[in-house]
Write a protein that binds this ligand. Sequence first.
Ligand SMILES: O=C(O)c1cccc(C(=O)CC[C@H]2O[C@@H](n3cnc4c(=O)[nH]cnc43)[C@H](O)[C@@H]2O)c1
Length: 224
Amino acid sequence: MQDSERKRYKNVLIMTAVPIERDAVQRGLERADADGIAVRVAGVGPAAAAASTAAVLAKGSYDLVISAGIGGGYPGRAEIGSIVVSSAIIAADLGAETPDGFSAVDELGFGSARIEVDPELAGRLTDALRNADLAAVQGPALTLSTVTGTAATAERLAARIPGASSEGMEGFGVAAAARQFGIPALELRAVSNPVGPRDRSAWRIPDALQSLERATTILAEVLR
Ligand SMILES: O=C(O)c1cccc(C(=O)CC[C@H]2O[C@@H](n3cnc4c(=O)[nH]cnc43)[C@H](O)[C@@H]2O)c1
């Protein structure tokens, strides 16, 4: 695709869950001397994220919404410090438990637990991150209301959602609000911990925040 043909995003909203993520994103934007990109705090979890994002979108005009923050990385897909760029944003626990296992809302006929992402934008961002020597992975970004805390749950999710790369608690909420306003969404997760058995000593939050800051600088250059 010619550079002149690609879609431009001029007014972008980035939603983070907590202030330390917002500050990392702001630092990244300052380094890129970015304009036209607003950053707001959404709160933790999909419901808070959806409500906060909808409230911001109701008051402004945006052409892209991004859920950004730290997150879990699925072993073998996204290691600590790497960046996951969503290929799709998936509400991984939105469905019903049945005697035969989990049924997603899609199978139940109540809408969809999957929001697609512009593949051209996701691919271009992933390439740009890699060119800047960041470990970047493109894959499904999962949203759950409950952080995964066992190997069995991590394995079950990875088996059900091929390529599952990151886990967070806000992406689907942010993207669902954006969809309501007819705006495309993207999720960006800097990996702070492996998805699996609960081990708080394995968290690398400062490293992930640093990756998030660097990734935001590149993001701003890609969107420009
Ligand atoms: O207490 C725990 O074992 C635990 C493990 C990971 C994360 C948490 C949180 O409460 C953090 C919630 C916050 O951070 C994002 N996040 C970071 N890592 C993950 C994860 O592995 N799975 C889901 N969310 C994660 C999340 O988006 C929230 O904003 C507690």
